[in-house]
Write a protein that binds this ligand. Structure first.
Ligand code: SAM
Length: 244
């Protein structure tokens, strides 16, 4: 459904309140501008299948904000496979410069879009970085330096763990956002959690309501308990062929 700017802002403020959080008018306006840019750029480059105004509020803004409770002010966060900036860009707007965000993706067109959003919104403490996780996670400056690693809709859990855990510092955490097959994927992680020094802390299930339909979502939280062996992540072809 198409909403006016005022309706979009009002609906966003109310939806955010309904999950126990608050955004200022300025932040709600920034979320509106982000949505406008997302829809505009989506016509030129593939960013998202979700483009209806009220759908963006629920499936992108609210869904992303469910991760806010896992992040503290002053922390350093990376969103691996951020795509159009989900959940990272929404969280960066929410934390308003008080958390350092790296929005990371393998597709440079998406990084160009994110840099444009950062510039237009004047966001501080946010950078968009182009690279492949399995390569960049081996670089000093990226390896085991993040308090929180978040990722939504990037790969099966055992593959995702290898791509992301090397970014998390010891004592940090990995937060995975999943839409379906969560239990099935978690059963495949017995080897990955050991090799990648991850300990399951909690899972959190919630429902997103859009157009009288309910969509189940799960956040899986792991603690990073030790350094990861230098050999991880392996090359992507190897990870795909022989997932841990
Ligand atoms: N997180 C966003 C969301 O929920 O809308 C995007 C999800 S999209 C399905 C997956 C994204 O992960 C793509 O933008 C893709 O380029 C990125 N990606 C996949 N494998 C990657 C890798 N090895 N390193 C970095 N980015 C990767």
């Amino acid at each position: 459904m198409k909403l006016t700017k005022e309706q979009f802002i009002e609906n966003t403020v109310n939806a955010v309140k309904s999950i126990g959080l608050d955004v200022s008018m300025k932040q709600a306006e920034m979320l509106y501008t982000y949505k406008e840019l997302l829809v505009e750029w989506n016509e030129k480059i593939n960013l998202t299948a979700v483009t209806e105004d009220d759908e963006v509020i629920v499936k992108h803004i609210i869904d992303s904000l469910y991760v806010a409770k896992y992040i503290e002010e002053g922390e350093k966060v990376i969103d691996v496979g951020t795509g159009a900036g989900l959940p990272g860009m929404i969280l960066a707007i929410y934390f308003d410069g008080k958390v350092e965000f790296t929005l990371f993706d393998a597709l440079n067109k998406r990084i160009i879009f994110l840099n444009e959003v950062i510039k237009i919104l004047g966001l501080k403490n946010v950078k968009a970085v182009h690279g492949r996780a399995e390569e960049t996670a081996k670089e000093a400056g990226f390896r085991e330096v993040y308090d929180v690693v978040v990722s939504r809709a990037v790969a099966r859990l055992n593959v995702l763990m290898e791509l992301t855990s090397p970014f998390a510092k010891v004592g940090g955490k990995c937060i995975y956002m999943k839409a379906d097959k969560t239990e099935e994927e978690m059963k495949e992680t017995n080897k990955a959690v050991v090799e990648l020094a991850l300990t399951l802390k909690d899972t959190y299930e919630y429902l997103l309501e859009y157009n009288n339909e309910y969509f189940r979502r799960t956040i899986i939280e792991y603690n990073k308990t030790d350094n990861v062996k230098d050999k991880y992540p392996r090359q992507f072809a190897k990870i795909k062929k022989q997932p841990l």
